[in-house]
Ligand binder design. Structure first.
Ligand SMILES: [Fe+2]
Ligand SMILES: [Fe+2]
Length: 278
């Protein structure tokens, strides 16, 4: 039996911003209609869960209601649990934020096996952090990957890189070089699929034998004045069909009547964004 995953991402829910909630309700209805085996959210479920328990609780309640009767799981995003610790990061991922996340959602990672496949859901934000649970994740990945004869699909919030695994440019959009190398070593061999969110752009590309899918956001895009266009700036979700023979399909799904919010034009949400050079 083919295992059908509905990947949604970047809902950025808060009781203070009903426009994002309206988009979520419309997209969730389309996902429900598809009757997936698993709804997998790749993070930024909340607008500011990194600092507000109320945003985490609101996002949890909205998803429980929207996906009642379905198996839905969530991985943390930087707006939920804080960002990869680095100089100047305002909300670093740390043990306290991880504990607050786990109090609402149970865990920041998962392993799901289905016929022919092992699905690894990872916490992209604590990967660069220095506390025991952050280090333990790499041991858990190595344990899940060692001797695994199934095809492996990895889901996490941030893309691993822009173009290739060796690149080393510090920045907001990708898993940094050192934790990326540690993750690749723990995996041992290239996964068939790496699926993420975070960039709020859809992208589908191959790199070193792995297909990388960036799911579009549910909530908003970041306009070209503020963010380099790499993939396609749009809203929607992705349907992954994992076949028992180890082959798979990933299909972009669009939803009518979503409002294409541009966060660059909404300084009341996260503050004014810096315009990009050029
Ligand atoms: Fe996001
Ligand atoms: Fe994000």
């Amino acid at each position: 039996m083919t295992f059908r995953i509905a990947q949604i991402s970047d809902t950025h829910l808060s009781p203070d911003h009903p426009g994002f909630t309206a988009n979520f309700h419309r997209l969730a209805a389309a996902v429900r209609e598809s009757q997936p085996d698993l709804v997998l959210h790749t993070g930024d479920i909340s607008l500011d869960g990194a600092d507000k328990d109320s945003d985490l609780a609101f996002a949890r309640a909205e998803h429980d209601a929207a996906f009642a009767g379905l198996d839905w799981r969530i991985l943390p995003g930087n707006h939920d649990i804080g960002d990869t610790p680095a100089p100047g990061v305002r909300q670093p991922a740390n043990a306290e934020r991880l504990a607050r996340w786990c109090a609402v959602f149970g865990s920041d990672r998962m392993v799901v096996d289905t016929v022919g496949w092992r699905i690894l859901g990872l916490d992209a934000l604590t990967m660069g952090a220095d506390f025991p649970a952050a280090h333990e994740q790499f041991d858990a990945v190595a344990e899940a990957a060692a001797g695994c004869t199934l095809e492996v699909a990895v889901f996490l919030h941030k893309p691993l890189f822009h173009s290739h695994a060796a690149e080393d440019e510090p920045g907001y959009w990708y898993v940094p070089h050192d934790p990326r190398q540690r993750l690749i070593a723990a995996l041992g061999r290239p996964p068939a699929l790496v699926a993420c969110g975070h960039v709020h752009q859809f992208r589908d590309h191959m790199a070193a034998g792995t297909r990388h899918i960036w799911a579009p956001a549910t909530s908003f895009i970041v306009g070209d004045d503020w963010q380099e266009p790499i993939g396609t700036k749009m809203l929607g979700w992705v349907e992954h069909l994992l076949h028992p023979d180890g082959s798979f399909e990933s299909h972009l799904r669009t939803v009518d009547a979503l409002t294409l919010h541009d966060i660059g034009q909404m300084p009341h949400v996260y503050g004014a964004m810096a315009k990009r050079a050029g």
